[in-house]
Design a protein around this ligand. Structure first.
Ligand SMILES: [Zn+2]
Ligand SMILES: [Zn+2]
Ligand SMILES: [Zn+2]
Length: 231
């Protein structure tokens, strides 16, 4: 089931119980492949990843985390050649999702959780997640948006970024000396910037003055934390 951006708030701030990261964040390794009988390796289009909920304890995790951690190789001894293979169980409650079987399909060959094909899982298209995170800047900043703000040191900024921060500080009657050492850089595509209608300070939560279209930085009047925006 595809989770569209309007439903995504239900997953916002929730954590994968296996890797401990936000369910709304993913790595390249999470991206899904299509199962093809010819054995080729074909990435699903558009880019997407899946979340699977344990049918017994209802804990949620990235499908890739189930594959990497839930799937355990069972080694048969000399006299038990037939007990070799793979077994999938829940790392939280121990519930056996797939009993011992001889082989496990490789991830890049379109691995499916036995008995729970991709169609039955929560599908997250990465484009939808980006749209949701950009949209969640309207009003509230969801927990997952933190994945888009990267904290950097003031000293690491380029000279043009430093002058943008200086100008932003001047606009609110401060100087660069008043700007906090930790600066937040918003990492979203430039074209998404126009969708931002309201920003909150990543340090203190105060609402930030909206910078003009060509302004690269905004400084929090309350705590002096600078935020860099894509231009
Ligand atoms: Zn995970
Ligand atoms: Zn479980
Ligand atoms: Zn602040």
């Amino acid at each position: 089931m595809r989770i569209t951006p309007d439903k995504m708030y239900k997953l916002d701030g929730k954590i994968c119980f296996i890797c401990g990261k936000y369910l709304l964040n993913n790595t390249h390794a999470d991206l899904a492949y299509v199962p093809v009988h010819t054995g080729e390796s074909i990435r699903a289009k558009p880019d997407k990843y899946y979340i699977f909920e344990c049918p017994n304890c209802n804990m949620m995790a990235h499908k890739r985390c189930w594959y990497d951690v839930g799937e355990k190789r069972v080694r048969g001894g000399f006299l038990n050649l037939f007990t070799k293979g793979w077994k999938l169980s829940c790392p939280n409650c121990g519930h056996v999702i797939a009993p011992l079987r001889e082989n496990r399909t490789d991830w890049a060959k379109g691995y499916q959780i036995p008995g729970h094909p991709d169609e039955d899982l929560y599908e997250l298209q990465t484009g939808d997640v980006v749209a949701y995170k950009a949209g969640s800047l309207f009003g509230k900043v969801g927990a997952a948006i933190n994945g888009f703000f990267k904290a950097v040191g003031l000293g690491s900024l380029s000279s043009s970024e430093t002058s943008a921060v200086t100008r932003a500080a001047n606009r609110i009657g401060k100087t660069i000396k008043d700007v906090a050492e930790r600066v937040f850089r918003l990492e979203i595509p430039t074209e998404k910037r126009s969708e931002i209608k309201q920003l909150r300070c990543q340090n203190c939560g105060a609402s930030l003055p909206m910078p003009g279209r060509f302004e690269e930085a905004v400084v929090c009047e309350h705590c002096g934390t600078a935020h860099l925006l894509p231009t």
